[in-house]
Design a protein around this ligand. Sequence first.
Ligand code: 8GP
Length: 816
Amino acid sequence: MTPKQQHAFDKSAFKISMVQHLTQLGHAPDTAQLRDWYLALGRALAEHTTSDLVATEHDQAIKQAKSVNYLSLEFLIGRLTGNNLISMGLYDAIADAVSELGLGLTDLLEQERDPSLGNGGLGRLAACFMDSLAAQQYPAVGYGLHYEYGLFRQSFHEGAQQEAPDAWREPEGYPWELVRPELSQIIGFYGHVEVVEEAGHTYRQWVPSLKIQAMPWDLPIVGYQSNTVYPLRLWEGRALTPFALDAFNAGDYTHAQQADIDAGNLTKVLYPNDNHDAGKTLRLMQQYFHSAASVADILRRHLEAGHALAALPEYETIQLNDTHPTIAIPELMRVLLDDYRLGWDEAWSIASRTFAYTNHTLLPEALETWSEALIARLLPRHMEIIFEINHRFMQEVEAKWPDDVAKKQVLSVIDDKGERMVRMANLCVVGSYAVNGVAALHSQLVKRDLFPEFDALYPGRIQNVTNGITPRRWLKFCNPDLSNLISEKIGEQWPAQLEQLEQIAQYADDTAFQKIFMDVKKRNKQRLAGWVKEHLDITLNTDAIFDVQIKRLHEYKRQHLNLLHVISLYQRLLNEPDFDMAPRVVFFAAKAAPGYELAKSIIYAINKVAETINNDPRVGDKLKVVFIPDYRVSMAEIIIPAADVSEQISMAGKEASGTGNMKMALNGALTIGTMDGANVEIREEVGDDNIYIFGLDVDGVSELRQKGYQPEAVYHSQPLLKAALDSLLDETFTPGQPGALRPVFDSVMGSGDPYLCLADFADYVRAHNDIDRDYRDASQWARKAILNTALVGKFSSDRSIRDYVNNIWQLEAIKR
Ligand code: 8GP
């Protein structure tokens, strides 16, 4: 706690405030339930953050400085209460205050439902970035959508994934959010474009036929020890047409509510796809709604601060988190051209110096395209503007590469090979002053494979900013014992200056320190084992290697490669009398997009294999497999501190960065991984001895592809692998249902397996054998674990944000 905050906190006043909030919620202290108290706590705390939010908003220095506007369809923020207490420096003081009310703070925090307003990596990154912007006081506003339902809740029925809606605010509302009706906007859709004449000029004017109100809800992003609170502004769709009372009174209930139903649908639910573009009209409507409301709010702030329109790029920068908010580019152009009546060149100069774009994936199925016909119908004026942008851009291409049709075809914003489609990534690159990938390797591949022509046309525009994670949530909050240990050794500055962890390296060989460090790990493993016992009724050996793969379920992430290794361990335990291994618990946690059948088959297979192994008395506690349902931020906070081994096993070239890899290394887990994404940089930091790299690298992958990949040959040449695969076809794991796991077998055996699962199997097993050997040497393992924690300071999202600030955004920190 900073001295100032210590001074400001008045315990008895806070307790009174909590009781008042409890009363307002309709409860009495002696009968209130834990959840009621949690709501009262949240509301009492939110009073403070709201006043800091408003004060930050009115800060003249911030209004006169440049801000970043982070536009993202996803912010996977996770629970706010515990994290905000850490940032406010009030964690211990509040724990003390609530204990005087007879309550435990951790029990209260457990009552909060995660706001799961994102799918995975990209959404969680946005949340870490907001935290780091506020901590370092770089002026920022996050813009997202206020989904009524977040990412679905996952459960398993006989091993198969079930999905249920995630009503994260129900029924009482979320204590941290503040509705801002005075800042609402009106957003149009459909309609037509008219030509208007004024003072001898003709202008184009869009006349939408549907209008929906965008109502903003602000969540406070509390800067760590900084008294700065920035808004995460989430737009909700509301009907504009007033409730049709006449129709209601006449008995036409459905019609009376029709407008509400339409508008409410817009932000009803988060699309549950990760690294995949579903191409649904409602999704494009969400994107435009989000972009248009955010652009309008940015312009409102800019003009209210007294700045000239032409100075927009000097005061506001708009970061597009992937292509989902791309339509903000033509939207800003539309407003400048049609509402403010600027000429094209002036408008384009403003827009193209305001936007910057981050690419998060190379997977072709994730690269968004929208049908020209759909855009023309939903947003007719925007389609005209996109044509004009492209027309002028094609002239630029012609000037650079005269008569080169092929260049024009790849670079064009319009793909006219089949149904005419708008390529959102191309529009982003054309309309942005900077484009970045999210890890060194990924950015290199963006330049080399995805956008080589753009890189030639605009040298320097494509850059790298390696991702990062916030050390506040991902170490200080989720791993208090390790945090205290670190603070005892190196002081309390590290959560704001993560490079300082390097000083821990000097204790890596200190046996006393090794013991304390591993005791912390052990307690974290016990905590996780306790959770598993309580919720899944599986008893775990906490001396075992906790081997963890937690992330969205996707073929490219290769959970099925991990599964094949698990099966091979099981078979060796049963069949090889001399086989010995350190006990292991293999953890999985992953949601599959509801429409992604193969991903669901992989989940089913893992659950079936787990059931068999866990109930086989011959295995004892040598091997257990645990699939933790409903993976979410608050679950990650329990799993990550307990991990010994972090599985980052995507096929090289497919995982743009990964951030789970950073979280686990920071908490003292050793990575087993391919030369992919940020694994490459983690290896550079921790050194070859403290990471287990295996498999084909990017060049190896292309060579194998060129030679011709033949999984059948691999299958026949490796008995261990063959046996593991064959067991998917018989009844070993699905008694009475032979073939139930065939989809998984088929996916890796076909020569079309794009993720070359079998090609990496042998080396993966080799790397796991190395892990098994090293884990048995407790002191060596402790050394490696300590060095992982000590040497990953680079992966703080504070550093990522400074890279954006210095190389792209050019912001000044405004200290409050
Ligand atoms: C993810 C990447 O897969 C991951 O490697 C990276 O660490 C993360 O972004 C943050 O940069 N990509 C996505 O989450 C993604 O493309 N999601 C979109 C469709 C929702």
